[in-house]
Design a binder for this molecule. Structure first.
Ligand code: SF4
Ligand code: SF4
Length: 462
């Protein structure tokens, strides 16, 4: 069956869906220019960061390792345990809110330049496709061609490479959750030895393959929630990619007099990965890739007209008014962002390698007999070190007759774990003069500051 003719972009329907509801695969034309080069460089750097982060050691651990099974999270040198998850809440919500902030200022800069989906699609999968099947017209011809041995070979090669890339991306993703040495060992075992992980990574790779081989721009157009939020996150002063109607219209051939600068060459449409016509105004399908800017700039260069008929500008700027950088929502977002950053910074200063807590045993506040008065506490020592840590526990600022029992001279906490111990503190009744405060100290033999907790010794009033 002959493929349906390409849809003409409009504001009433999505150009990548045919009228009969079938999919219309866009084949964006090649484009070159300053933004394309900058995006390519950014994309390559981001892919390198994604691949290398689990390999870069910081404080003896990968720069990022979310070891969920062990309940330990290593983030750029800091180690967080499950007890520190409240900090992750601030971190994750802070990242989400930063995205809102960036959107209010710079529109869909995230989508076009840094979103992992766009980065992998544009800089890995589309480049593989371009290398194997050729430029946009060649790919369209191949789509329409019958299944000859050449088409089967090209498609088999392309999809094999797609599948391998999806597997590689999924395994790199896994290395953020499983230490590399363990992951390497898994790769040399039968999948049945780690069926859950094998199933998970297979599903992840399959989803990636489906998205990058077939679903493609539809993810941004119909699925991504961030794209749906754009109209709420941006305003007339947000930096967007737009077409200068005042300068471009009325459009027409460059040889015709008294027309605008747009020659209606459709080049901006042909390079668009979501098949929209930016001249129809800002649209939800625009992912801010800036391909149409480069395309139009090259046309303007040939015509010896100034660049920027399509450009980064605000809607206000495109209509000839000055753009306002400072406005109420930016002030509010800035204040909230600074507040969140302050809370997170404060929280990070409270993350230590060792932690101690001391809780009075439930029940009677003290035990008294004719010879002694006793108080009981539950001591909890937590270590985030990999190796076992031995603590020397002692009392400070206490009467000489106060004795500590319930443990030997030292307590050893297993690596990345915690230990609870009941402490019995006892004082001779003859020397007891009433309730007093004292300190329990735990000194790690591995070095580091002594942990101290001040508690009250309770007993009869005199
Ligand atoms: S590339 Fe520029 S000149 Fe060509 S149609 Fe688009 S806006 Fe008009
Ligand atoms: S309209 Fe321009 S910036 Fe938006 S997606 Fe299409 S090519 Fe990219």
């Amino acid at each position: 069956m002959a493929p349906a003719p390409p849809n003409r972009p409009n504001l009433q329907s999505v150009a990548t869906i045919n009228r009969d509801g079938s999919r219309c695969f866009p084949h964006p034309s090649d484009v070159s220019g300053r933004f394309t080069r900058a995006r390519r460089l950014t994309g390559t750097l981001l892919i390198a960061v994604y691949v290398l982060l689990p390999w870069i050691p910081l404080n003896g651990h990968p720069a990022v390792l979310l070891d969920v099974t062990a309940g330990r999270f290593h983030l750029f040198g800091a180690t967080l345990l499950v007890q520190d998850l409240w900090l992750l809440f601030f971190l994750v919500s802070g990242i989400g809110f930063s995205l809102f902030y960036v959107s209010a200022l710079l529109g869909r800069i995230w989508c076009g330049w840094a979103c992992p989906y766009t980065v992998f699609l544009d800089h890995v999968f589309r480049r593989i496709e371009r290398t194997i099947e050729g430029d946009a017209p060649a790919r369209r011809r191949l789509d329409a061609a019958p299944w000859t041995p050449r088409k089967i070979a090209l498609r088999a090669l392309k999809h094999t490479l797609f599948a391998l890339c999806a597997l590689a991306i999924a395994h790199v993703g896994l290395s953020y959750f499983i230490p590399l040495s363990q992951l390497y060992a898994y790769l040399h075992h039968s999948p049945l030895h780690h069926a859950a992980i094998f199933t998970g990574v297979t599903l992840y790779a399959t989803a990636l393959y489906f998205c990058f081989a077939w679903f493609r721009e539809q993810f941004c157009i119909v699925l991504c929630p961030y794209g749906r939020l754009q109209s709420a996150l941006t305003d007339d002063d947000t930096l967007v990619i737009g077409y200068d109607h005042q300068r471009g219209e009325p459009r027409g051939k460059s040889t015709q007099p008294n027309l605008g600068h747009c020659i209606d060459c459709q080049r901006c449409v042909h390079v668009c990965p979501t098949s929209i016509d930016i001249r129809n105004g800002l649209q939800m399908e625009c992912i801010g890739c800036a391909a149409c800017i480069d395309a139009c700039d090259s046309i303007m260069d040939k015509l010896q007209r100034p660049r920027g008929l399509i450009r980064y500008d605000s809607l206000r700027g495109l209509s000839g008014q000055p753009r306002r950088l400072i406005r109420p929502r930016i002030v509010l977002y800035t204040a909230l962002l600074l507040l969140g950053a302050a809370v997170l910074s404060w929280g990070l200063t409270r993350v230590h390698s060792f932690e101690m807590s001391l809780v009075r045993l439930r029940g009677l506040p003290y035990l008294a007999d004719p010879g002694h008065i006793r108080n009981q506490f539950t001591l909890r020592l937590l270590s985030k070190n990999d190796q076992p840590t031995t603590f020397h526990v002692s009392t400070e600022n206490a009467p000489p007759s106060l004795t500590l029992s319930g443990l030997g001279e030292t307590l050893t906490v297993p690596g990345g774990s915690q230990l609870q111990q009941t402490l019995m503190l006892s004082i001779d009744r003859a020397t007891y003069r009433g309730p007093f405060k004292f300190t329990i100290a735990a000194t790690p033999d591995a070095g580091g500051p002594t942990l101290r907790r001040e508690v009250a010794f309770l007993g009869p009033d005199s």
